[in-house]
Design a protein around this ligand. Sequence first.
Ligand code: PMV
Length: 325
Amino acid sequence: MPNNQATACAYSNIAFIKYWGNRDHALRLPANPSLSMNLGGLFTRTTVRFSADLTADRALVDDQAMQGNSLARISAHLDYARRLAGSALSAEVISHNNFPAGAGIASSASAFAALSLAAAAALDLKLTEAELSAYARRGSGSAARSVPNGFVVWHMGTDHASSYAESIAPAEHWQLTDLVAIISTEHKATGSTEGHQLADSSPLQAARVATAPARFEDCVQAVLARDFERLARVVEHDSDMMHAVMQTSTPPLLYWLPPTVAIMRRVRQLRAEGVGVCYTIDAGANVHCICLPNALERVRAELHAISGVLEVRAAQVGGAAWLEG
Ligand code: PMV
């Protein structure tokens, strides 16, 4: 008999080829395939307990009781596992991020990956990794990529079952480090769920989506061959493409601040001097600087020297989501 309780952990991830825009908003079927690396050391730990003693779902995230839309999103996510298990039990969710909220590190990816694994285990569902990844995707698209190990591709798919992520190389494959330059800890005005819905209002989105499969293939080959120059070119170009779409949406989304641009310029100069670093930026102002091992200390020092950089956090490539206990 399952004991109706489980604890799971999952790392956050940073996309090298970005997911922006959906073909199906309800199912979060993406407009293009994406590729990411897990962020080792930066994770969410979540315990889910289903019990007949509870009259409604409740959730504590970093010691804060979730309410309204936040709680409804978690409940809707649990409903999928309940449906598969034929269960009507309410659940208590207790979740902690080991990185501060607003530190420029996506928490929805690690949060929904950990929630999915814990909920499935608590209800004794025997899901494959692909099924678990597809389940996580329903909560937050990028969460699909926080389920498998290391370097991960998310196949866009055509329906729920075919839209899942899988590993193309384990964490040990390539010793890259993401140095996250934190320049703002403010809560972003437009979150990604809303942002994905604006993508098609940009005339550039069709061009971005049409050319994304070629960038995706290029990036897969760069990762498999550990070809940093090739990786750097495609990662920066793909990030710039996504931000071009964001900036030309209606209403426009401009996430960058002056230090964001200063870092982009400095990273490009450094690479021209032979330093192994490239940038990528999500739906926020902070800059993720992907570094080769021998570039790490130089890039860290350079980032600290840029006015407006509050903090620099390092993450190596992380493994798959895991169950505890
Ligand atoms: O999973 P979401 O809905 O938070 O979307 C993630 C969007 C980006 O972080 C901007 C890009 C990505 O692929 O992670």
